[in-house]
Design a protein around this ligand. Sequence first.
Ligand code: TXA
Ligand code: MG
Length: 330
Amino acid sequence: MKTRIILPDTDGISEAGAILRSGGLVAFPTETVYGLGANALDTVATKRIYEAKGRPSDNPMIVHVASIDMLNGVASGVTDAQKAIMSKLWPGPITFVLHKNPAVPDVTTGGLDTVAVRWPSRREAAEIIVAAGVPIAAPSANLSGKPSPTTFEDVAEDMDGRIDAIVKGEQTVIGIESTVLDLTSDVPTILRPGFITKSRIEEVVGGEVKYDPSLFQKPDSDDFHPKSPGMKYKHYAPKADVKIVEGDKAAVHEAIAKLSAEAVARGIKTAVLDYEGKGDEAAVRYFANLRQLDRDGVDVIYIASYDWDEVGFSVMNRMVKSAGYDILEV
Ligand code: TXA
Ligand code: MG
């Protein structure tokens, strides 16, 4: 299949909308990462997403909307309390899990009776959804298991020849995927941490917010039952081995210097990622850095982990998975 490259000008946006409406697959930038979109109500189109990504079909997709009308078409029984929370955080990098509207096919939600919905704030994404006129199912536009794409080049690397079109925009500004917040449980529960943090959500909710306990467990532990099916799969893995070195700043630097020197002496090509605990910066650069280090042929990546701020916790959630839970405490 020849993949068209579309620019996000007026003509490009309406072309992207038309392809989506007629059942095609289009990758486009959002504020978090690039998404791979299809008409969320079209069973054949959404099945093609799983094929293009090589994604397990029990892993549900986020449905992207650009109006309250569209939200009402995919969710059901949305309460005023839920609407009040959503209106304070949307459009933006947060996804809400709600009760599903029967109009949404099972392929989109992986057979769950809930649906994950997001209203993105990035101009191109919102305009494409409006142009399509239908809600858009869009997982991250990477091959399953690889780091999410934050640049046009990253999307092209994984998806060229596999999908109908890629909308070519600038690098994404947030860099990690949206926070996923379950609003169907008694206490709102964070299923995937993101740029919108727990304390920000607590401010908006005006009450308690929980983390899904599985965020603190290894997938091989007996009581690991994440509510977000996606959290159980291998994720964010570059070709290189990733090792996290965690502790006090000075100790981390000392340990990485020693490990790197030993590796280099054995002819292993190493790199170090050190964001100095700054979560926002780490979020923007992490996935792009992983992909670049793969292109550079690096064998082992050491991540310096210390003094993380709140968004840092969300980035660490991805880093731990990239590392396959290989964490050295120093
Ligand atoms: O920022 C983002 O969220 C990006 C952009 C493109 O919007 N999308 C994205 O989609 O990250 P994806 O498919 O890579 O991740 C969706 C996550 C998965 O972990 C999935 O299991 C979870 O959301 N999810 C989807 N529907 C769910 C549901 N009904 N209940 C619980 N978790 C759900
Ligand atoms: Mg993904």
